[in-house]
Design a protein around this ligand. Structure first.
Ligand code: DTB
Ligand code: SF4
Length: 341
C-alpha cells in the first residue's frame, strides 16, 4: 500500500466518490485508515456538563436553549465551582477522560471567563482533558484560555455554508470560521462537528465535511450529532436520519480526517446497537457517556456497558495526543465490483 498524507484540499467530487462507494468498500477503507491511527477496540469517553443553561440570544433552530424558542429548558445561571467539580469527579468515576463544559451564550463576557477559568483548573487537576464551548471568542479571550491550559475549544460548523442561513440567522458561517481561526491561532485544540437531520441534503453533508477538512490543522475532535427534535423548536418535527446514511457520513469523515477522534454525539440513544456498531467499524471512536448531554437525555450507561461487552470494546484509558503529523496513512486499494470475486 502507498502512503498518503493529511489533506486539506479534498474536492467535492472526491468526497462524493468516497461516500458513494458500495458500503462494504467504504467500511473497509474507513476501517483500514482507522486502525492505522488508533486502536480499533478502544473508544474515548467524554462527558458533558451545561455550566450555564438557556436564555441564549442566538436563534439556532435545533437548540432547546435559544431564547427564541419556547421549550422545557429552565434557564440557570453559571454553576458554582464546587458543583462542577462534583460533576467532573462523577464523570471520571464512570470512565470519562474528557470533561466538556458548555455555556449557552453568543460570546462570553470577561467576567464569565473569570468564573470559567477556575473550573478549567479544577477539572484539569482531576487529570481530565478539558473542553469548553461558549460561543465566539476574541483573540485575548482565546489566549486566556490557552494560559489556563484548556485543551479543546468546541465550536461546531453544524452544516454546510450553503444551508447554514436556513438554520441560524443571528450569525454567519464566516463568524464561525473566524472564531475557529482565533482558537487555532491561540494554540488550542479544536472540537468541531455538526448535526445530521436538520433537513439538509446529501450535498450539504458532503460540503460540511469538506469544510472540516479545510481547517488546518484538522479538528482533533469531530462530533457527529443527530438532531434531537425538541418540542418548541422549529425543527421539532424533523425525521430521524437514515442509519446507513449516518454510517456513511461517519466513514467518510474517518477517511478524510484520519487522525481525528470522531464522536457519536447528540442523540446516540436513538441509534440502534447495530447502527452504533457499524459506526464504530466505520471509525467512530468517541462517545459521550453519562445520563445527560447538555439538557437532553443520553444513552443509559448500563446499555452502553452491555454493548461494549458484546463488542469487546473498551474505554480508552488515556488520550492519544493528536497532531497534524500522523503515522503513515495507507491509501486504500481501489476496489471495484469486478476485482472482488
Ligand atoms: C456537540 O457537537 N454535541 C454536544 C456538544 N457538541 C456541545 C451537545 C450534544 C447535545 C445537545 C443537546 C442538549 O443536550 O441540549
Ligand atoms: Fe443553542 Fe449554542 Fe445556538 Fe445558543 S449558540 S442557541 S446555546 S446552539
Amino acid at each position: 500500500m502507498q502512503n498518503s498524507t493529511i489533506r486539506h484540499d479534498w474536492t467535492l467530487a472526491e468526497i462524493e466518490a468516497i461516500y458513494h462507494q458500495p458500503l462494504m468498500h467504504l467500511l473497509y477503507q474507513a476501517q483500514t485508515i482507522h486502525r492505522s491511527q488508533f486502536n480499533p477496540n478502544e473508544v474515548q469517553a467524554a462527558s458533558l456538563l451545561s455550566i450555564q443553561t438557556g436564555s441564549c440570544p442566538e436563534d439556532c433552530s435545533y437548540c432547546p436553549q435559544s431564547v427564541h424558542h419556547q421549550t422545557d429548558v429552565e434557564p440557570e445561571k453559571m454553576m458554582d465551582l464546587d458543583a462542577v467539580i462534583a460533576a467532573a469527579k462523577k464523570a471520571k468515576a464512570m470512565g470519562a477522560t474528557r470533561f466538556c463544559m458548555g455555556s449557552a451564550v453568543r460570546k462570553p463576557t470577561n467576567r464569565q471567563l473569570d468564573a470559567i477559568i477556575p473550573m478549567i483548573h479544577a477539572v484539569k487537576a482531576l487529570n481530565l482533558e478539558t473542553c469548553l464551548t461558549t460561543g465566539m471568542l476574541t483573540e485575548t479571550q482565546a489566549a486566556r484560555l490557552k494560559v489556563a491550559e484548556l485543551d479543546y475549544y468546541n465550536h461546531n460548523l453544524d452544516t454546510s455554508p450553503e444551508y447554514y442561513p436556513e438554520i441560524i440567522t443571528t450569525r454567519t458561517y464566516e463568524d464561525r470560521l473566524d472564531t475557529l481561526a482565533t482558537v487555532q491561532k491561540a494554540g488550542l485544540k479544536v472540537c468541531c462537528g455538526g448535526i445530521l437531520g436538520l433537513g439538509e441534503s446529501l450535498a450539504d453533508r458532503l460540503s460540511f465535511l469538506q469544510q472540516l477538512t479545510q481547517l488546518n490543522p484538522h479538528p482533533q475532535s469531530v462530533p457527529i450529532n443527530q438532531l434531537i427534535p425538541t418540542e418548541g423548536t422549529p425543527l421539532a418535527n424533523q425525521e430521524a436520519v437514515d442509519p446507513i446514511e449516518f454510517v456513511r457520513v461517519v466513514a467518510t469523515a474517518r477517511i478524510l480526517m484520519p487522525g481525528a477522534y470522531i464522536r457519536l454525539s447528540g442523540w446516540r440513544k436513538v441509534l440502534s446497537s447495530e447502527t452504533q456498531t457499524l459506526c464504530f467499524f466505520a471509525g467512530a471512536n468517541s462517545i459521550f457517556i453519562g445520563e445527560t448531554l447538555l439538557t437532553r437525555k443520553n444513552s443509559l450507561p448500563e446499555e452502553d456497558q452491555v454493548l461494549f461487552n458484546k463488542l469487546g470494546l473498551q474505554l480508552e484509558m488515556s488520550p492519544k495526543y493528536t497532531e497534524d503529523v500522523h503515522r503513515s496513512i495507507p491509501t486504500p486499494i481501489t476496489l471495484s465490483a469486478t476485482t472482488v470475486s
